[in-house]
Ligand binder design. Structure first.
Ligand SMILES: [Zn+2]
Length: 238
């Protein structure tokens, strides 16, 4: 799957509006004032897509829309495929045929970093853990059957994460906590970004009042730091 070249979303403010677009227009789409030469309150910023290539990640949980449900809403776990990346961007994911080790195919997904770059002992053993875990009988089709609801790609990821947590002397996470605290907020962000993107494609601009926007923005990356295996973030307070 080739990653299509997509224009970046640009955000700027003018006349108490926040305006999203692909390129800076000559006039403000809200008040019509000439933008060229006039000073904007803040420099326009470009918003990175929440979707990245898993093969450029290291030690992440990956969440991708399932192959056969491109047009469905992502706000639910059933249509998602999940995996874990090795230190070299190989995506380990559990399917009906057992654990796949994918070198391609995960070019557009959400990644949740699981290890802080300075956790050398964990990084050094990550690939070995991942291999050993994947070779377990739980994921061998000869021993255990894949089940859409109860023994699926997500069971594999959560099992692995809980295995690492146990080795680190930490308590395990429930499926519900993990889904609702770490995955769904990210998927809602993807959903929002996609909606925004499609709106701009159709109408060139998306305008909101200034206040509405700021709240959303500050929440964006807070869930990211909380999932990592550090700062006692996983087993406190949830
Ligand atoms: Zn304006």
């Amino acid at each position: 799957m080739e990653q299509p070249l997509e224009p970046a979303v640009i955000r700027f403010s003018h006349c108490q509006k926040v305006i999203f677009c692909f390129s800076l227009p000559e006039q403000c789409p809200s008040c019509g004032e000439e933008l060229r030469g006039s000073r904007l309150q803040e420099a326009p910023v470009s918003l990175p897509s929440p979707l990245t290539s898993a093969h450029k990640t290291s030690c992440c949980l990956l969440v991708a829309p399932a192959h056969d449900s491109k047009d469905k809403d992502v706000d639910g776990m059933s249509d998602l495929h999940t995996g874990i990346s090795s230190t070299k961007g190989v995506v380990y994911n559990y399917t009906r045929n057992g654990v796949c080790r994918d070198l391609t195919g995960w070019e557009r997904c959400v990644s949740v970093p699981l290890v802080r770059p300075d956790m050398f002992h964990l990084l050094a053993q990550w690939d070995q853990y991942l291999d050993r875990f994947s070779d377990g009988p739980m994921w061998d089709p000869a021993w255990h059957r894949f089940d859409e609801d109860h023994h699926n790609c997500f069971s594999f990821c959560l099992g692995f994460i809980n295995g690492v947590l146990a080795m680190e002397g930490r308590s395990s996470l429930s499926r519900e906590t993990f889904t609702h605290t770490f995955i769904l907020p990210k998927m809602r962000r993807v959903s929002k970004y996609t909606t925004l993107y499609q709106h701009i494609q159709r109408h060139r601009f998306y305008l909101v009042d200034r206040q509405e926007d700021t709240q959303e923005d500050t929440q964006e990356d807070t869930d990211l730091s909380r999932v990592q295996f550090h700062k006692d973030s996983l087993d406190s307070g949830h």
